[in-house]
Design a protein around this ligand. Structure first.
Ligand SMILES: Nc1nc2c(ncn2[C@@H]2O[C@H](COP(=O)(O)OP(=O)(O)OP(=O)(O)O)[C@@H](O)[C@H]2O)c(=O)[nH]1
Ligand SMILES: [Mg+2]
Ligand SMILES: [Zn+2]
Length: 346
């Protein structure tokens, strides 16, 4: 296979220093990397300089990244065409790259206890911030208790996204998924643990490469069977990344992505009396009018308002931490100036 078969384009080649060779990150397990270059696959590590210079973890390679290497050492991270990000779990306001240089994000939901319209909105907002397009997969159709109403609900939420219904257990719908994944393009699977991401990969590969495991019957939760991120080449030439399940997806997104996810509310809000309408108690609010008229579900409006709060809070925290970095920089400069001042005096 050539680099182009792995998605290499001029976008990346013009950024590669002449003294380095190009490779793509196809496996990340903790701090170890597997790359694929013109000579095939090999293990590599990041040179110390790159680690020291990185001001955040996002400046280190992630699955799907293109890098410049020499002697099994990654010396340069090439710019990303797209990136799927989330906020790191816990209180810190840090970005974590889920996958880089992807064209499609396949959001997998189980039509069993996993199904949640509100979580789907959260995923869609994340995807609309990434530069890639979403493909929604409703899996486990074989055990769905109310397939038609679940499907109808998703159609009112996932506007602008393709929705497919599958059963990776009996294989139904999998051909349609295969048709959507194009050669040399990269897709990434995301979703809770146990929804069938690895089972789908095995189906698409026609062999059992990825380990899969029974979901705990008691709470429908998976057990995080997949523990690393890996990029696979499908028989048709499409590239597909398997991921560990995400327990709680915290947003790393902006308001533009939110407006895209909630396009119905965005359009309605153009008719609100006030430009900065919060769609709460304001007179002349076209959005709450639509709820009163039964045209918009109150749960969806509540979800929108909650996610908007989360995005705005994130924005504030980001501004805060940008300010902190600036302050640290100035403190360091002042320290240096004081030091050199002393030198002059002596
Ligand atoms: N009934 C049913 N079970 C399925 C289907 N797809 C997958 N499963 C089962 O669901 C369980 C979990 O599947 P996995 O593929 O391991 O799930 P995963 O999303 O990779 O989970 P993590 O790696 O933990 O994130 C396995 O027992 C699968 O056999 C389906 O369409 N229907
Ligand atoms: Mg898995
Ligand atoms: Zn309003």
């Amino acid at each position: 296979m050539s680099l182009e078969d792995y998605g290499w384009t001029e976008f990346f080649s013009k950024e590669l220093p002449a003294e380095l060779e190009a490779a793509r990150v196809v496996l990340v397990h903790g701090k170890s990397y597997r790359l694929v270059g013109r000579q095939g696959e090999f293990d590599a590590s990041v040179v110390g300089r790159l680690k020291h210079e990185a001001t955040s973890a996002t400046e280190l390679p992630a699955i799907g990244d293109w890098v410049g290497f020499r002697d099994n050492s990654i010396e340069k991270l090439l710019p990303r065409r797209t990136r799927l990000s989330r906020k790191v779990p816990g209180g810190r306001t840090r970005e974590q790259i889920v996958a880089a240089n992807i064209d499609t994000v396949v959001i997998v939901m189980g039509l069993d206890g996993d199904f949640s319209a509100r979580r789907l909105e959260r995923y869609l907002t994340t995807v609309w911030s990434s530069g890639a397009v979403p493909l929604v997969l409703l899996n486990k159709a074989d055990v769905a208790k109310s397939l038609d109403s679940q499907r109808a609900k998703v159609d009112t939420i996932a506007m602008g996204a393709t929705v497919l219904v599958t059963s990776c257990l009996d294989g139904s719908g999998v051909d349609e998924v295969r048709d959507r994944l194009r050669p040399r393009e990269t897709a990434v699977l995301v979703g809770s643990s146990g929804v069938g991401k690895s089972t789908l990969i095995n189906r698409l590969l026609d062999e059992n490469v990825q380990k899969t495991r029974e979901v705990r019957a008691s709470d429908q939760r998976g057990q995080h069977t997949t523990t690393h991120r890996e990029l696979f080449v499908l028989p048709g030439g499409a590239l597909l990344i398997d991921n560990p399940g995400i327990r709680e997806l915290q947003l790393w997104a902006d308001e533009a992505a939110l407006e895209q996810t909630f396009d119905d509310i965005t359009q309605l809000s153009e008719h609100c009396h006030y430009g900065d309408c919060a769609h709460a108690e304001e007179p002349g609010c076209a959005v709450t009018d639509a709820v009163d008229a039964g045209e918009l579900s109150p749960e969806r409006l509540e979800s929108f308002r909650n996610l908007r709060k989360e995005v705005r809070y994130l924005q504030l925290r980001q501004d805060d931490s940008a300010q902190r970095v600036q302050e640290q920089k100035w403190r360091a400069i002042h320290r240096e100036m004081r030091k050199s001042g002393k030198h002059r005096r002596t």
